[in-house]
Design a protein around this ligand. Structure first.
Ligand SMILES: [Zn+2]
Length: 463
């Protein structure tokens, strides 16, 4: 079989780091291990302890076995930077959960004013692609699944050797063409338009959030994503589904993003930002001044008839027994007509037709109305059928006496009577949001929140 040009002679660096914690901005590197494979295929190994210039938390000392005393006399990252660059430069950077190791190295280099970039291959992603069907692709899972030989687990070189072993095993288990295609896909650097900072590709977070595309002068687009990096880059992938999307990608000059603790937070932020800024490329979510709902008016003797009410006149967040929601009165009326026809309800009683008392409505003459207008059906029976017909449209009542919160990751979303007050990261921020007051009831926000109503927790404050 022909050897792939991409794989043969490609210099590789299998990298693993030990650190003082999981946060690449705050935490520091304590050990670097690199297994290098150069053009002629020869392998060399290198590892060094690094003085992190900060104490190592106890639980990490016991996991890695690297203590404060061990790193006290080790060189700092700054002293090692030139050597690290030399070992990584021009090589494919391969690591398990590569975003972690690459992120830590980038930050260590950034601290000393070096903009470090590499082509990165993540072996978690590689494992997922080549061995799908397994639930876990952590290093321990790979050791167990493939019988990798463990040497110094949780030390940098020990783990780098495991990745190197996995690489050989993965290559042996699949045809060369398949490996080459997966590698090409996993290492492809998305091409951003030249007027955008290429560093964005590395900086974009992989979690949920909202992103803002700014043009020369105006905000063009606000979107939400489960996975910010993937979603943002997809806008520039080149396989645009429409001319409109293509034109958006060409107009973007600056990209901004807000990370959220989860999807609900992203959806709420997105809806709020679109209403606030009306970006030119978003489907317009207008502040809906015509927003309507239906409520039932009780006339006594078992008779109730529908009435269309506007959110501008009535606080929908505080009303019970509403059905909806409708963009405008016309939509509410059309829904009533459709329900009447589907259930044989009386157009006269529903207020869809002006009918003199005791006279049949037009629908009855067409045998569509079961005849509540002419006494063939008792008012109470008609009311029961009307309530049944409307049941699916009933709006959820706000289940608490005051505001509530929804926790998503580190975020606390503050909600009051189906209105989103904002996201708090601390108790002070939470109080500030509660003092701001409540925005107008809004259909998009209600829809997002009503789906997660069972996750709301009351704040125990009178609203
Ligand atoms: Zn009728």
């Amino acid at each position: 079989m022909a050897r792939s040009l991409l794989l043969d002679g490609m210099p590789l660096a299998f990298v693993d780091l030990e650190t003082t914690g999981a946060n690449p901005v705050r935490d520091r590197i304590t050990e670097i291990g690199i297994v290098e494979v150069v053009e002629d295929g020869s392998v060399s190994e290198w590892s060094t302890l690094v003085n992190p210039e900060t104490p190592i938390p106890g639980f990490i000392q016991s996991m890695t076995g690297i203590s404060d005393a061990m790193v006290a006399d080790a060189p700092t990252f700054e002293c090692l930077a030139a050597e690290v660059i030399e070992r990584l430069q021009g090589r494919l950077f391969i690591a398990h959960n590569a975003r972690f190791d690459y992120g830590f190295l980038k930050n260590e280099f950034r601290r000393i004013g070096i903009d470090f970039r590499a082509t990165v291959l993540c072996t978690v992603k590689l494992s997922r692609r080549l061995f799908p069907g397994y639930p876990s692709h952590g290093l321990d899972a790979l050791i167990a699944r493939h019988g990798l030989t463990v040497y110094d687990r949780h030390r940098a070189l020990g783990d780098a050797r495991l990745i190197h072993q996995f690489w050989h095993l993965a290559r042996a288990a699949h045809p060369e063409e398949r490996i080459a295609a997966v590698l090409k896909e996993l290492t492809a650097r998305p091409s951003l338009p030249t007027h955008l900072d290429p560093g964005i590709v590395d900086d974009l977070p992989e979690g949920p959030g909202v992103y803002l595309f700014h043009g020369e002068t105006a905000l063009l687009y606000v979107g939400k994503a489960k996975h910010l990096k993937e979603r943002v880059l997809s806008h520039f992938s080149g396989d645009h589904s429409s001319a409109k999307e293509m034109s958006l990608a060409q107009q973007v000059r600056r990209i901004e993003w807000i990370e959220t603790g989860g999807e609900t937070g992203a959806l709420l932020r997105e809806a709020a930002l679109i209403k606030q800024h009306q970006p030119t490329h978003n489907r317009q979510l207008r502040r809906n001044m015509e927003l309507c709902a239906i409520r039932l008016v009780d006339h006594g003797m078992g008779l109730a008839t529908p009435e269309i009410v506007h959110a501008r006149d009535l606080d929908f967040g505080r009303q019970n027994g509403l059905y909806g929601l409708f963009k405008h009165r016309r939509e509410a009326e059309q829904v009533l007509i459709d329900l009447a026809d589907a259930h044989g309800l009386c157009h006269g009683l529903l207020g869809l037709e002006k009918v003199a008392t005791g006279k049949p409505c037009f629908a009855h003459q067409l045998h569509k109305c079961k005849g509540a207008c002419v006494g063939k059906e008792k008012p109470a029976a008609h009311t029961v059928r009307l309530v049944q017909a409307l049941a699916k449209l009933q709006l959820k009542s706000w289940p608490f006496s005051g505001p509530a919160m929804l926790k998503e990751g580190d975020d606390v979303l503050v909600i009051d009577h189906w209105c989103y007050l904002g996201t708090a990261k601390s108790e002070d921020e939470l109080w500030a949001l509660l003092e701001q007051g409540r925005p107008q009831f809004d259909r998009d926000t209600y829809r997002i929140l009503s789906k997660v109503a069972n996750r709301l927790v009351p704040l125990g404050i009178r609203g």
